[in-house]
Design a protein around this ligand. Sequence first.
Ligand code: SF4
Length: 376
Amino acid sequence: MDVCVILTYRCNSKCSMCYVWQNPTKVNDEISLDTLRKIPSGIDYLNLTGGEPTLRQDLMEIVDLLYPKAMTLEISSNGLHAERLEPIIEKYPSIKIRFSLEGCEATNEKIRGEKDGYKKKIQGLLRLKELGGKDLGISMVIQDDNAEEAVELFRFAKKHDFEFATSTLHNGFQFHKSDNVPYNRLKIVKHMGDLITEMLKGFNIKNWFRAYLNLGLMAKVLGHERMLKCSAATDFAFIDPWGDVYACNVRPSMKVGNLEHKSWNEVWNDADLEAIREKVSNCTHNCWMVGSAKTAMRHPKYVKIPKAGPLLWVIYNKLKIMLGGNVNFKRYINYENVYKDKHVIRRQYFLNKTVKRKLRAKNEPHYQNFGKFFNK
Ligand code: SF4
């Protein structure tokens, strides 16, 4: 099972696609070591994220506590304080670190509202590599502003021996906004197709399966059904900074329980969980967030083994590329069927802008006033 823990909703980026930074948590309210201790051992993949996890002063203690509980532990960071990860990498060189980077310098700074963000991230990754980091990489949210830079950024990552993870725009309750929709869906999927081809050209097996994951992103961007059934509430859980456990990070109605007040077994064996699983199996959001996509692609029991569908797709298309052919995307993607938005609101950018933040206290309702959303 995979678990994603949001350690904090404080963040020092000012992204256009996520307003977590405008709605920070109070430091003293954030999930404590005692609550985190309740996460059981034997987690397949545990992602520590935010907000920005390096803003937690006790990050090293958190890693000490959770590293032994998971087969893979990832810290997803914006990379603006890479130096705070140096002692962690020195102690745990195999820990997975991903820095969010949205393209070349100008594109990254625009989308993420980060001054000198590009330089800090690249320098930070190189420094972590020098210190012995073994699983370092870049995460990119492919969208209108950066889709045409995806292949270039992938090549850059490859050149430096960094991993390259992708996602696309989603609406979800923790983002506090509902305008994460693509403006030009066909343009974005064209570039995703180029990235898939590039990923299949190399000899990194992880990239071949990332190519399949990107095929799922193409379907998502066009507003199609998920390629594989969602595994939220069965193989994936999401924990927010107040210790609330959700089936996924998209629908606020999928709350399972609170880890601060209950044990993991009480939360994960709650009578309501079956009803939530039923909701998941009937969910029409068709999102393709990494957490619910990755878990859907693998064998439910033997997590290192992919399901037959993705495996056969990878073998067939890798062979095709090796033999000088191309991926026949039309076989998998119906380009005629493009979701038409009734109303598109243009996203705002915040570089060099000052925005008043609304502190979210523990005893307040957390995920309201962000409008209705749907992931088409
Ligand atoms: S498909 Fe539905 S249940 Fe699954 S992650 Fe998306 S919103 Fe959650």
